[in-house]
Design a binder for this molecule. Sequence first.
Ligand SMILES: Cc1ncc(COP(=O)(O)O)c(C=O)c1O
Length: 418
Amino acid sequence: MNHSENYIAQLRQQFPILSKQINGHPLTYLDNAATTQKPLAVINALQQYYSGMNANVHRASHTLSSEATQAFESARHTVARYLNAASTREIIWTRGATESINLVAHSWGHKLKSGDEIILSTLEHHANIVPWQLLAKRTGAIIKVIPLLNNGDLDLTTFRNLLCDKTKLVAISHASNALGTINPVKKIIEASHSVGALVLVDGAQALPHFEVDLKSLDADFYVFSGHKVYAPTGIGVLYAKEALLEEMIPWQAGGEMISTVSFNNTTFNDIPFKFEAGTPNISGAIGLATALTWLSQQDRIQLEHQETTLLELAIEGCSTIKGWQRIGAPSETVSLLSFTLDGVHQQDIGLLLDQQGIAVRTGHHCAMPLMETLNLPGTTRASFAFYNTVQEVTRFVEALDQLRSTEDINIFQSASFQ
Ligand SMILES: Cc1ncc(COP(=O)(O)O)c(C=O)c1O
């Protein structure tokens, strides 16, 4: 093993689940775009929190509660620093990217008027479509959609033509969960700001793969889910510029988000707490901060290199399989491969690979408008993380190839029996 293989092998050992057997085979986990596995650092942080620190935050005057509050707020600092946000006041805890987008659609979106325009892209996950459709129904706003080029990149010329003084928001994924496309969000933000529109970036598929600097990006809103970035489920983040948060109205009401309550009047807490009603996911926030700290301690260039290598190997290997077709070939992509296999239904591919311990995702990937545009019912998606290995990619390609041959025999047999 060379130095870099050694490094990756040593990182992989920190993910206990990866040594599991599935259906009598070693688990080959290629469903990282759905959720990532967790390193021991994160698993231990949760265990330590519950065995040594569990208490409600911001409320009691006892020591345990102060310790939990300190750890919880320090987690917010870690996230703010990781994203290079201007302050912790700009970091709101949510359940995930979906909840973050819904929060913006309610708390910021309520002031849209009939005829205002929201621009989305064909690549969006349902989480970045449906909240805007509901908002459009409530306010009379109009949704416009950026089309795709043939390779799965966004058509930026059409995007520029869609922008006008009626555009109030552009809501766009940083990276596509279905095709892998990394969108040129910095350019999109600059163009949108030039007509006075705000931009929400859905970073759910970006943060697991590369670092994001919010000051340099200048996004107005940035959302992501913890579970896709090696942290627990049920925790996520909404970043928003402080001035916007100050103007936005709360969307959920209850404890924590208030300053004073009487039956005549209620005043709200300061940001970020104004948007965090009820007891928060304390252990999740600590787990997320642990995951980001763990990631920042790694050699990110090596991690990215490993992911790119795996993707290239997978494309090269699959290209020789009869009837295999890659869906989209974006000019910039995260390590994710969407494909079809002529004559084999994606669900069968998923089931047959699972029999060999290989986990992939099949279906519409919560991107039905994209599938409609591509005229496909769905695809099979293999998504790689740095802890995947060359051997796993080889196993995946061989299993797919074998499946193709078996399918050929089945097709031949059923034809010959007729
Ligand atoms: C691009 C993108 N946006 C949003 C989401 C929604 O994330 P969550 O279900 O964690 O809220 C996903 C999840 O797959 C995604 O891939």
